[in-house]
Design a protein around this ligand. Structure first.
Ligand code: F3S
Length: 106
């Protein structure tokens, strides 16, 4: 599977959802997750994310391994999103800010 990681939090650009052939993105208040049951590892979303938040599970950066469980846990709880919408208002400001996991709104 592919995994949405920390830098999506408070950015949520949503470009990723438009290219997903299996509609496996699910939307929360300030983050998106990929449903690992549905993801076919097409890799199309990786280059779409303006802030580089999406990784193949084997390439998840050190310290962000917990996002594997977070994607799997939240996907069934959140609705599917297939159309791009506006990024969160302060997306630019939050790009690259460390420690955003504690801001994840479930
Ligand atoms: Fe998040 Fe990047 Fe998609 S910021 S919503 S993973 S385009």
């Amino acid at each position: 599977t592919h995994v949405v990681t920390e830098n999506c939090i408070n950015c949520k650009h949503t470009d990723c959802v438009e290219v997903c052939p299996v509609d496996c993105f699910h939307e929360g208040p300030n983050f998106l997750v990929i449903d690992p049951v549905e993801c076919i590892d097409c890799t199309l979303c990786v280059d779409e994310c303006p802030v580089g938040a999406i990784y193949a599970e084997d390439d998840v950066p050190k310290g962000q391994e917990k996002f594997l469980d977070i994607n799997a846990e939240l996907a069934p709880k959140w609705h599917v999103i297939t159309r791009k919408k506006d990024a969160l208002p302060d997306a630019e400001k939050w790009d690259g800010v460390p420690g955003k996991l504690e801001l994840l709104d479930r």
